[in-house]
Design a protein around this ligand. Structure first.
Ligand code: TGC
Ligand code: FAD
Length: 387
């Protein structure tokens, strides 16, 4: 009998097109050769590896699924594979690309004026302009309908006041896509970093996503020109539809993290001899490894189906919620279990498991907590809104 690939038990590679495989493999090469050698040290130092941005941009990974304006126009499955490969290295690297692509370039592309698209998108695709996305506020991110940040019309401008919390890339961003309450409902604004009254400050002492920048944003009577308002949307469906894009990518990313952990655990348990046999020869260890492979395979099937639905224009937000919930939970549980299989070695950054485990504690919280996604699925099943 032929030997199966332990990291792709159902030969899903065969389900990909040649172009999708090529994109995945070129990102994988970048990750293995350029990002992996840096990442443990960056995590240790609490530093985002911004030296990788030019190559990430050259590979076409910023705004990769958008058409025109210097973007690659790839399909949704390719975007998913990009997220998977980046997060095989670190959730922080995938976060950076998710935020730039799905949360900043997507709203400009979808809701922006032609002038805004021409001004910002080519520069963002080239990695010369970085973005961040401000939706969450300090008093509670799960309930964005209770938004306090507000903008008031003043002649040709808007006056913006409020604060945002837990904002990825906040202090390295040149522009922030900021969602604020107005008399005409929630609106999106492109706030430029040098607008007077706008301040970004890093959040320190994080034990998770240490190789990513996480910030607070403050707006004190910031004057934003009408030309910087996104004209194509009003209401919470604006930011929530950006989240659909990012959450879709996040269903793929943790598959990469889980694959990295399982691969490490397979190698480690094969090499380590205890009680006169390899650790991997114990039934109790094999059950755990088999369970990881089962859960990874399920997640791979879920994301690939989701990607094909998205490419066919038929994806439903509840389907994204179910996959975000399932796949992040899968990866977090696997990372924790792999950490344990490595024994004492598993607590060091020499191995990947603990770094992924700590990162996934953020991934299970951001872009809708696990509970929020469970309640979205519950609402779909029962028709009762439990929020
Ligand atoms: P509700 O207030 O009833 O609806 C408001 C409007 O939005 C529409 N809508 C959606 N549109 C598109 N996609 C979705 N997924 C949508 N969900 C709702 C809805 O139809 C309505 O439209 P309209 O025209 O009738 O006004 O909202 P709801 O009850 O449906 O939603 C409640 C809930 C709890 C699900 C929602 O508030 C939610 O998702 N909360 C979680 C917030 C969240 O995920 N925040 C993430 C912040 S960004 C982030 O974490 C980035 S991490 C980045 C990284 O580093 O990778
Ligand atoms: P809360 O909403 O206060 O939730 C606290 C707990 O209550 C959670 O366990 C939640 O599941 C639970 N809960 C909430 N409602 C219910 C309910 N009805 N029933 C039962 N339980 C409930 N946001 C951005 O806008 N932009 C970003 O770039 C961004 N990047 C982030 C990066 C990191 C590293 C992190 C950690 C967060 C980031 N976020 C960002 C914020 C993220 O989206 C929020 O943390 C998340 O939405 C949860 O909000 P909260 O932290 O205020 O928790």
């Amino acid at each position: 009998m032929r030997q199966l690939d332990p990291l792709d038990l159902y030969d899903l590679d065969e389900e990909l097109t040649e172009e999708e495989r090529m994109i995945r493999d070129s990102v994988a090469r970048f990750v293995d050769n350029k990002a992996m050698p840096l990442i443990a040290e960056c995590f240790d130092q609490g530093r985002f590896p911004d030296e990788l941005i030019p190559e990430i941009a050259d590979l076409g990974l910023l705004g990769s699924s958008l058409e025109g304006y210097g973007c690659a126009g790839l399909n949704a499955v390719s975007y998913g594979l990009i997220c998977q490969e980046l997060e095989r290295c670190d959730s922080g690297l995938r976060s950076f690309v998710s935020v730039q692509s799905s949360l900043c370039m997507y709203p400009i592309h979808t809701f922006g004026s032609e002038k805004q698209k021409e001004r910002w998108l080519p520069e963002m695709a080239a990695g010369r302009v970085l973005g961040c996305f401000g939706l969450t506020e300090p008093h509670g991110g799960s309930d964005p309908a209770n938004m306090k940040t507000h903008a008031r019309r003043d002649g040709d401008d808007w006056i913006l006041n409020g604060a945002k919390m837990w904002i990825t890339s906040g202090t390295i961003a040149d522009i922030a896509i900021v969602w604020a309450r107005t008399e005409d409902g929630v609106q999106g604004f492109i706030v430029e970093k040098d607008f007077p009254g706008f301040q970004a400050r890093d959040i320190h002492a994080k034990m998770s996503l240490r190789a990513s920048v996480t910030s607070e944003l403050f707006f004190d009577n910031v004057r934003v020109p009408e030309a910087n308002r996104l004209p194509g949307v009003s209401g919470l469906k604006g930011p929530l539809s950006c989240l659909n894009q990012a959450r879709y990518g996040i269903t793929w990313g943790p598959i990469g993290a889980a694959i990295a952990c399982l691969k490490e655990a397979l190698d480690y348990t094969a090499d380590r001899e205890l009680f006169k046999r390899p650790l991997a020869a114990n039934q109790a260890v094999q059950v755990r490894l088999a369970d990881m492979a089962r859960r990874i395979t399920t997640a791979q099937l879920l994301s690939l189906r989701l990607g094909r639905l998205k490419d066919a224009g038929r994806v439903h937000p509840t389907q994204v919620s179910l996959a975000k919930w399932n796949n992040v939970r899968m990866a977090l549980d696997i990372a924790r279990d792999c950490r344990d299989l490595l024994g004492g070695s598993g607590i060091t950054l020499e191995y990947v498991a603990i770094r992924h485990m700590l990162n996934l504690e953020s991934v299970i919280t951001y872009e809708g907590t696990e509970t929020i996604h469970q309640l979205v699925v519950g609402r779909e099943l029962t028709g009762h809104n439990a929020f």
